[in-house]
Design a protein around this ligand. Structure first.
Ligand SMILES: *Cc1c(COP(=O)(O)O)cnc(C)c1O
Length: 406
């Protein structure tokens, strides 16, 4: 069978065997190298999507592959009935890199947010504040697709057909300080916020807003939770997104990039708050999986190397400037925004096509990008992207736009 027929055949089989909720591009990815991916037909793509902001070190990173191999040779799984060294070491790295003193490992972003929501309620409960159950979140947010995380996700389109959702979630307009001031009360267990909304269009919170969240959480006696599943672990150009503003939460959820491509999630918190996840109160069988945590350790060490995060910022700027230049004269984008290597380019209102069309046109030029809502093109390359490949990607982007406009 030719490689073309093999790919088409596999896609037909996929369409027969999977539920239709996901609709991947008609491409079967086969292998990767650095910031490049190759499909079954051998076509090369520059990866500016990272499998939704995950593959922080790109593909087939030598240190990552050899660490995973070595750990697989030793031990794949322990459960949380026993300790394992990779999880202890990764937890120590997390604690050393931010406000946190305690860590809980799980397997995904949704699961991390479930843990954050449960911990916020349990913390209030432990202090006898049984009325303090409410979670405040913001329109346009995305916190995951399990029931609790979905209830926190203030975008009705994700809720349709899945009600009833858990109670105790209140949605506020994005960045609306007065609404937050009115809503934060003795019933508030936590304010839950992404320092930069990812799925909601790559929107940073207005300057100073995180500090106001901190102040109002303290005033109401509530906890502050940052969902850094997407912006955390280096993507912003600092280790964590909130470190751009010097505001610290009580709990932070992490996933996506932290495992370098293996499923890994975490919440990190203070000793005082973390104590409420007392023995037997919360757990997950795979939590702290040694292979996933060992991968996480390699990711952390890479990010902590001198100059790494500065380059993320610098090349991120290059990408934003390049996109702005492509837009100039054409009126393609209303705004190019984001932080570090999480970039959103919002199509101008008069542009007659949707972001999805840009994704497809880019793919035809050998460039993988993603959307963040119908009108925003999302660019989130592996954090190892260098200036030369950034320039090549921008060139392909320009060609894709030219092809769309004819
Ligand atoms: C992707 C994402 C989640 C959900 O993570 P999953 O691993 O898909 O469950 C939660 N919060 C944010 C900010 C995300 O970007």
């Amino acid at each position: 069978m030719t490689s073309e027929r093999r790919q088409a055949d596999l896609i037909r089989r996929a369409e027969r065997v999977f539920t239709p909720n996901l609709r991947p591009a008609p491409v079967v990815l086969d292998h990767g190298e650095g910031v490049r991916l190759y499909d079954l037909e051998g076509r090369e793509y520059l990866d500016f999507a990272s499998g939704i902001a995950v593959s922080a070190l790109g593909h087939r990173h030598p240190a990552l592959v050899s660490a995973i191999k070595a750990q697989a040779e030793r031990l794949l799984h322990t459960s949380n009935l026993y300790w394992n060294q990779p999880s202890i070491e990764l937890a120590e790295k997390l604690v050393a890199s931010c406000f946190a003193e305690r860590v809980f490992f799980c397997n995904s972003g949704a699961e991390a947010n479930e843990a954050a929501i449960k911990l916020a309620r349990k913390f209030a409960h432990d202090r006898g504040e049984t009325e303090r159950v409410e979670i405040l979140s913001f329109e346009g947010s995305f916190h995951g697709r399990t029931m609790g995380a979905l209830a926190a996700t203030a975008q009705p389109k994700y809720h349709v057909g899945f009600e009833p959702l858990p109670r105790g979630f209140t949605y506020l307009p994005f960045g609306d300080l007065e609404a937050l001031e009115r809503a934060a009360s003795p019933r508030t267990a936590a304010i839950l916020i992404e320092p930069v909304q990812g799925e909601g269009g790559v929107r940073a919170t207005p300057e100073g807003f995180l500090a106001e969240c901190r102040r109002l959480a303290d005033r109401a006696g509530a906890l502050l939770v940052f969902d850094e599943v997407q912006i955390g672990v280096g993507r912003s150009g600092k280790m964590f997104g909130h470190q751009h503003e010097g505001v610290e939460p009580d709990i932070m959820s992490l996933a996506k990039g932290i495992g370098g491509g293996l499923p890994l999630g975490a919440i990190v918190t203070t000793e005082r708050v973390g104590a409420s996840l007392s023995f037997g109160s919360h757990a997950t069988t795979y939590g702290g999986n040694p292979v996933a945590c060992c991968a996480g350790g390699v990711v952390f060490d890479a990010l902590a190397a001198p100059g790494f995060l500065d380059r993320v910022s610098r090349v991120g700027h290059q990408l934003r400037d390049g996109l702005t230049a492509i837009s100039a004269g054409r009126g393609l984008f209303k705004e190019v925004r984001g932080r570090g290597m999480l970039i959103g380019a919002e199509l101008a209102p008069e542009v007659p096509f949707e972001a999805k069309a840009v994704v497809e046109a880019c793919r035809a030029q050998g460039l993988l990008v993603h959307v963040a809502g119908p009108r925003v093109v999302r660019i989130a390359p592996p954090l190892v992207l260098d200036a030369a490949d950034a320039a090549l990607g921008l060139e392909r982007f320009r060609e894709a736009i030219s092809a769309l406009e004819v």
